[in-house]
Design a binder for this molecule. Structure first.
Ligand code: UDX
Length: 427
């Protein structure tokens, strides 16, 4: 249930392992697109698998709840849990699908929840299903959080590094384990509440690593130390680890910001102060401002300056701009009356930034966006930005200023080409 990012990937991986899968969604357009073999979002490698299993007959997509729900033994919940105004997770979609499941249940079914939900939701899903059942069929609800990353969904889903099964009885845990027999990774069986918390704690810890290195980067700027070398120097200690120590303008996306807010909300409701996690979020909120300070210092002011922003997506290999630092940067630049030109190979500017009085302009190529620019700000580490002929670009820029929000270019090389180059804790 839910043919978004997690739902479609899960469905296709199960189809790949030979199961007979139906993707159910309420959005006709999305379902029609999937039926035609076109993904409604950008994700490398997934469309090939979609076309393969539409052909093999292992997968189909429908909006017909009743038939889909009545004809399957296992139901995966993969609907969105967006953030509410107060930071808590909005469970309206979850409640609706739980009611649908209950209403159409006609035998024992295993319900597997993959959506990220606050601790205690598995119990609420069971209650919602029970309340909607016309007759009391037995069922189990298992919490099975998903850890896949956008841009790497297929690899992550085919080769997870662990599987968490939060079940309140052996039978349900064994059924899901049997369904997952093709996966070659450690499986941890826990209570549903533990599984739900593991997902939030996992994202909060990864975000902590990012905010930690981003704070150290600020100190590196003052001390003239290279944060990339510091990250490598500490990350080679296996207790610390190299991943997630890439300094930059902060994390974005559909998970970290939302899940951290929801975790903080849960802690607040339990009267527990997660001060470290609060600081992780707070450091992240200000990272883009530090980079803008550097650009402003260099240009004097933004008024009537042409600033090129390279990269909109919250990270490379996706077209997702949710909570992307680039969008915050563009808004601030427009507020301060800069002329903003933009490039991204996959993501598009949101309508409010192209249709307002002070609008940003998106170009087809980075070369077009950089023409006559007083400064370039790199916001997403797309590989092709490394491969640009920067020597030629320099000739077309009004001022050769590069602010690298992802430390993706070689500082020494850029400086030797005649650019004024500043990264994050790196120059
Ligand atoms: C994340 C988790 O990794 C995944 O396990 C979970 O299921 C969903 O949330 P995702 O949002 O796809 O996945 O992106 P991820 O690759 O984790 O990056 C998140 C953000 O952190 C991006 O904005 C990225 O640019 C930033 N990041 C990541 C850094 O700034 N530095 C790093 O070292 C790593």
């Amino acid at each position: 249930m839910g043919s978004g990012y997690v739902g479609t990937t899960t469905a296709l991986v199960l189809a790949e392992f030979g199961w007979n899968v139906t993707g159910l969604d309420t959005d006709d357009r999305k379902v029609e697109s999937l039926r035609q073999g076109t993904l409604p979002f950008y994700e490398d490698g997934l469309e090939v698998l979609l076309q393969k299993h539409l052909q093999s007959g292992n997968i189909r997509f429908t909006v017909d709840k009743e038939n889909a729900l009545k004809s399957h033994d296992v139901i995966f919940i993969c609907v969105g849990t967006p953030a509410r105004q107060d930071g808590s997770a909005d469970l309206r979609n979850i409640k609706q699908v739980a009611k649908d499941i209950g209403r159409h249940m006609n035998r024992y079914q295993l319900i597997v929840n993959k959506s990220t939900v606050p601790v205690g939701t598995q119990e609420r899903i069971s209650e919602w299903i029970r309340a909607a059942q016309p007759s009391p069929y037995p069922f189990d609800v298992v919490s099975n959080p998903e850890f896949l990353r956008e841009g790497r969904a297929l690899t992550d889903a085919l080769h997870p590094d662990r599987m968490i099964i939060g079940a309140d009885n052996d039978h349900a845990a064994k059924l899901l384990q049997a369904l997952y027999y093709s996966f070659d990774c450690p499986i941890l069986i826990t209570t549903p509440r533990t599984a739900e918390l593991i997902k939030y704690a996992s994202n909060a810890f990864l975000a902590t690593k990012i905010s930690f290195i981003n704070e150290i980067a600020e100190l590196c700027d003052k001390l003239d130390v290279n944060v990339n070398e510091v990250a490598r120097g500490i990350g080679l200690d296996p207790r610390i680890g190299l991943p997630f120590l890439q300094a930059g303008i902060g994390y974005g996306g559909s998970c970290f910001p939302k899940d951290i807010s929801a975790l903080l909300r849960t802690a607040y409701e339990q009267d527990v102060g997660l001060t470290l996690v609060e600081q992780v979020a707070s450091v992240n909120r200000s990272k883009h401002l530090h980079l803008l300070d550097k650009v402003r210092d260099r240009l004097g002011s933004f008024e009537n300056k042409k600033v090129a922003v390279l990269g909109l997506a919250f990270k490379p290999d996706t077209d997702d701009i949710r909570e992307a630092p680039a969008i915050r940067i563009i808004r601030r630049l427009l507020d301060e009356r800069a002329c903003v030109s933009v490039h991204d190979p996959a993501a598009k500017l949101p309508p409010d930034l192209t249709h307002s009085a002070a609008a940003a302009v998106q170009w087809e190529t980075p070369q077009q966006a950089l023409l006559d620019a007083d400064a370039a700000i790199l916001c997403t580490e797309w590989k092709n930005y490394r491969l640009i002929d920067w020597d030629r670009i320099k000739l077309g820029m009004n001022q050769p200023n590069i602010f690298d929000g992802r430390n993706m270019l070689d500082a020494r090389k850029m400086t030797s080409m005649g650019f004024y180059y500043q990264g994050i804790g790196y120059r």
